[in-house]
Design a protein around this ligand. Structure first.
Ligand code: HPA
Length: 247
């Protein structure tokens, strides 16, 4: 059985993945964002999916999250590691840091967020008390420590609608709500994985301080240069997390 990796902004392909097959999959919910790249990372079978599409053409609110998770499920993945870039809200979670959230708050709206949406399918009220899988989180943490990353073992991920960034007041409100990091793609992905009973964890890379928390406006150039600079570390951490055979 293989492991699914969902790459976010800055991670549209995975260095080191020996691709054996590129699959165009169709699901009951439509096409996923990109072909599935099936191959091996070290000795682990991996199915990689670029969340925003191969050319990073899909904005967060137009991603077909249901098709993405269903496509990975169709390949029998037994776990999903999701990579997300985020803004830091917590004062200690700054650009370049890795964060492994243990909780989330969902501020997104209007996205197709469940598989329980018609009378032919069972209505599921999934337990989502703990949205991320602790054993995958622990693997990520151990791998990040071994790679010498600055890593935060717990955090609350606030998922916003985007594609615009937030106002300073919105970030103030999110901080009051207990959010430590903010991103646009963490939901409904995590909940859909839970609906299909696939253990799921998020490896977040902080690429900027969230709106109003530094004396500068947030620039796309800064975000992109952080992504380019730090994605090799993200790949290294994932490769190491997957190297442990006992998934
Ligand atoms: N807000 C929301 N999503 C993000 C941010 C941010 O500041 N940075 C990267 N993704």
């Amino acid at each position: 059985m293989s492991i699914g990796i969902i790459g976010g902004s800055g991670l549209n392909s995975f260095a080191g993945l020996r691709i054996r097959e590129q699959l165009e999959v169709m699901t009951d919910w439509g096409r996923p964002s990109a072909p599935l790249y099936c191959g091996a990372l070290g000795n682990t079978e991996v199915v990689f999916l670029a969340r925003h599409g191969v050319n990073h053409q899909l904005p967060p609110h137009l991603i077909n999250y249901r098709a993405n998770i269903a496509a990975l499920c169709s390949q029998g993945v037994k776990a999903i590691y999701a990579v997300n870039v985020v803004g830091g809200i917590h004062g200690e979670m700054g650009p370049g840091d890795l964060v492994i959230p243990d909780q989330l708050v969902d501020y997104t709206w209007g996205r197709d967020h469940t598989y329980s949406d018609n009378a032919d399918r069972p209505l599921q009220h999934i337990d989502f008390t703990f949205p991320y899988d602790d054993s995958l989180r622990d693997r990520l943490l151990q791998a990040a420590i071994a790679c010498g990353a600055r890593v935060h073992a717990e955090a609350v991920y606030g998922a916003t609608q985007g594609p615009r960034l937030e106002t300073a007041a919105e970030i103030g409100r999110m901080a009051n709500d207990g959010c430590d990091i903010v991103g646009m793609t963490g939901m409904p992905e995590a909940a859909l994985a839970r609906e299909l009973q696939i253990p799921y964890a998020c490896l977040a890379l902080v690429v900027n301080m969230a709106a109003g928390l530094s004396d500068q406006l947030i620039s796309q150039t800064q975000i992109e240069s952080m992504m380019t600079g730090s994605m090799p570390l993200v790949c290294k951490v994932l490769t190491r997390a997957l190297a442990n055979p006992q998934h």
